[in-house]
Design a protein around this ligand. Sequence first.
Ligand code: ATP
Ligand code: MG
Ligand code: MG
Length: 387
Amino acid sequence: MDSRTVGILGGGQLGRMLVEAANRLNVKTIILDAPNSPAKQISNSTEHINGSFTNPDDIKELAKKCDVLTIEIEHIDVETLKELRMINPNLKIYPSPETIEIIQDKYIQKEHLIKNGLKVATSQVIKTPNVDSLMKIGQEYGYPFVLKSRKFAYDGRGNFIVKSKDDIPAALRSLKDRTLYAEKWAPFVKELAVMIVRTIDGRVFSYPVVETIHQNSICHLCYVPARVPDSIQLKAKLMAENTIKSFPSCGIFGVEMFYLENGEILINEVAPRPHNSGHFSIDACVTSQFEAHIRAILDLPIPKNFGNLTTTNTNAIMLNVLGASEKNGELLTCERALATPGASVYLYGKESRPNRKVGHINIISSSMIECGRKLEYIMGTTDEQFK
Ligand code: ATP
Ligand code: MG
Ligand code: MG
């Protein structure tokens, strides 16, 4: 489809699914990450680079072999990307280094969102993290509040929910040596997420609104469409589109949101890459989030309705497969999914470790009730199999 080579910084599961989408279009990809990372496992090439997306030399080596660079993780070395753009103006980098830079520091990201008129939870930088400064936050915000690492956060690793003043010493220990900010608790009734693709010429298109359910700050389930009133879906979609319009960039983005009891929606955070809450799109949408990203960064056609559900009555539940306490114990869940009509299993080629994301399952049906019954069987809460 395109003779240009795409370099991907990061070879985890998101990279792996990007490679799958690229392969179907005959688009060549080169991965920078550790040997045998999930994306490399499915792409037989001697050109992949063994190294790190935080190492300038490794990134430069990747750039030499590519026409377009992209990311599957935001915790990369931005300065090197900026330098590369100066050295080689023909090298395309999507999303732009400036966008990655804003997003990778969650506090700067918040300031950017506020500046662009988007609502977020109240927060403040913690310059000197100690018991006194956090006690002051507790008095100002009330409990619980969330202590957050500004950088390198994922799956809640980097967050500490401070439920009372007694939690403060543990919070400080858990996030020591990191730059921090504190965030007011968002009393949400639901969490929502919207995938948005932004084209090179700045147009934005959205996927359906997703309801995300987290357990221990890790995404557990996604329901699509989100079980909220149509007016809230529309509001979430418009907010997500406006959010992504504020970033000078191109490619797929995930926008996480809190839907509050009073009907208000706050933006939680933005991911400048494919996102866990978009995995349903592989089976439920006209075009998956991964293919959408490849198309966007190569300026290939993206028809208007590509993000739509495949039919008007398509419903989906996505279940994340986390490593069980007993190694590979989670494969039982996957086996039950294989025995369920309308369920698809995606495993990432990662070693099973407790609570590690090792795969996901998409359940598709013409009704959400049916999706729910299939989910119960897959999760083992009922032995009644859905034929
Ligand atoms: P990700 O893996 O999505 O990048 P992360 O490590 O950056 O996650 P957050 O998105 O900040 O973490 O938080 C993870 C989860 O913790 C949220 O999805 C939400 O369930 C809960 N959470 C975070 N901040 C707040 C808040 N201010 N109020 C209520 N819940 C919150
Ligand atoms: Mg995050
Ligand atoms: Mg998050």
